[in-house]
Design a protein around this ligand. Structure first.
Ligand code: ATP
Ligand code: MG
Length: 177
């Protein structure tokens, strides 16, 4: 049988940012229960491809290399919760135009290349806690600034220990002058 991978494009935090995000996840976990994301799993999904033949990775790499996005700063100044799936997340209250453009460009290229994506609108968020028992306080969190200078292609792998994400490609975003 043809090998397949569960793939998605994402923003992956640098180590200082992932440490700060993990601290936020632990604080939310203390407040609301549930299960905090492990530090090495924290990310922001740009486009979810899901189950894909492994041979498509080559085409996805070529496609990603064509994306000409700009680097940007992401102010993670909001904490939200989704009752539906008991997820607690953090995200920007204002989506930087360069992030919206990046997600849009990627999506358009993926669709043009024949990859099936969901129709739901892009809603940038970083999942921090799953199976939360309560909603978090309304108060805005201490500001957290993430300098985004690249995006990645990730394979989602599951084992007895839970989800593991393997970064299989990284592409730089242009520094704005
Ligand atoms: P698990 O599903 O095992 O609990 P997970 O949700 O973290 O773990 P994946 O389902 O592989 O792992 O998802 C990888 C990333 O893609 C996650 O950020 C997830 O929120 C996002 N994602 C999953 N399914 C979709 C989808 N249908 N549309 C958009 N994003 C998705
Ligand atoms: Mg999932």
């Amino acid at each position: 049988m043809e090998p397949r991978l569960r793939l998605f494009f994402a923003l992956w935090p640098d180590s200082a940012t992932s440490a700060a995000l993990h601290a936020r996840a632990r604080a939310l976990h203390t407040e609301c229960g549930g299960r905090a994301m492990r530090r090495d799993t924290i990310h922001l999904t740009l486009a979810f491809l899901g189950d894909t033949p492994a041979r498509e990775v080559q085409r996805l790499r070529a496609l990603a290399a064509q994306v000409d996005g700009e680097s940007f700063a992401l102010a993670l100044d909001h904490v939200g919760s989704w009752k539906r799936n008991r997820v607690l997340w953090t995200g920007p209250s204002i989506v930087p135009p360069a992030l919206a453009a990046l997600a849009q460009d990627l999506e358009a290229r993926l669709r043009a290349a024949g990859f099936a994506l969901e129709e739901r609108a892009f809603s940038p968020h970083v999942t921090l806690v799953r199976n939360a028992r309560a909603a978090p306080a309304e108060a805005p969190p201490a500001p957290l600034r993430w300098s985004v200078a690249s995006f990645v292609l990730v394979a989602s792998e599951r084992s007895a220990a839970g989800a593991h994400y393997r970064v299989i490609g990284r592409w730089p975003l242009q520094q704005r002058v």
